[in-house]
Design a protein around this ligand. Structure first.
Ligand SMILES: *[C@@H]1O[C@H](CO)[C@@H](O)[C@H](O)[C@H]1NC(C)=O
Ligand SMILES: *[C@@H]1O[C@H](CO)[C@@H](O)[C@H](O)[C@H]1NC(C)=O
Ligand SMILES: *[C@@H]1O[C@H](CO)[C@@H](O)[C@H](O)[C@H]1NC(C)=O
Ligand SMILES: *[C@@H]1O[C@H](CO)[C@@H](O)[C@H](O)[C@H]1NC(C)=O
Length: 208
């Protein structure tokens, strides 16, 4: 009897410690995501459209700009807010991001290469911003990309042929940029449905 209850206590203790560890792990991950979001807000210089992103409101999955899957941030949509800061370099600390939309802002600078650390990224919209320079060749590191819109920016030069290596890409929008119209895609688009490329007009192509 004593032996039985001792081992029962041991098992029960083990179970509760494990449960506690699991819960605190989940909890600290969500605290971490919350603090990353507050850091993003700070980086954007505490704009008034983000007053609801604050430390007293920890239910960030209910913030309109955030999408979550099983309690973890997967989408960030900050569209048409006249954002004039760069994309935060630590944005991919939100490890489960699949959807990033910063379209219709005034974001300056080069292509934000820090986005390459978002290894799960499927949807990227940076259109209608003030970006300059080239699209980096290593755009191909975003292997899960399905939608890419870099239109209406000042990206110039050659469109990197490595875009052709993005096998899941279905939508490629590069209209109204300063590209020099020469483009050669390496690899094969396996699934592409729509390409908009032209400098003034857009070209619609279906290449399934
Ligand atoms: C925090 O956000 C809530 C809405 O979620 C808002 O009611 C409150 O005023 C905010 N607090 C501060 C200090 O801005
Ligand atoms: C947190 O913010 C969301 C969106 O602004 C709001 O719907 C929710 O009621 C807020 N929660 C608290 C506890 O303030
Ligand atoms: C990302 O998602 C996975 C699987 O759903 C989950 O186990 C993990 O806790 C999430 N990461 C964060 C930082 O919340
Ligand atoms: C396009 O740009 C590339 C690299 O900047 C250059 O090598 C090429 O000659 C340009 N082509 C045209 C048609 O301007």
């Amino acid at each position: 009897m004593t032996i039985l209850s001792t081992s029962y206590i041991k098992i029960s203790l083990y179970f509760h410690v494990t449960l506690f560890l699991l819960l605190s792990l989940t909890n600290s991950e969500s605290q971490q995501e919350h603090s990353i979001l507050l850091k993003i807000k700070l980086h954007l210089q505490n704009p008034s459209f983000l007053t609801h992103w604050n430390s007293s409101n920890t239910s960030y999955c209910s913030w309109p700009e955030i999408a979550c899957t099983t309690g973890s941030v997967t989408g960030l949509t900050l569209v048409n807010h006249a954002i004039a800061q760069t994309i935060p370099s630590f944005i991919c600390d939100l490890k489960n991001l699949t959807h990033v939309d910063f379209s219709q802002n005034l974001i300056p600078g080069e292509f934000p290469k820090d986005l390459f650390k978002c290894s799960n990224l499927e949807y990227l919209d940076l259109s209608l911003n003030n970006f300059v320079g080239k699209i980096p060749y290593d755009i191909q590191s975003l292997v899960h990309l399905q939608y890419l819109n870099l239109g209406s920016t000042n990206f110039d030069g050659e469109i990197p042929s490595s875009i052709g290596e993005l096998k899941d890409l279905r939508f490629l929008h590069l209209q109204y940029c300063l590209f020099n119209e020469t483009f050669h895609f390496e690899g094969k688009f396996l699934k592409i449905l729509e390409i908009w490329l032209h400098w003034r007009n857009w070209i619609y192509q279906e290449i399934i």
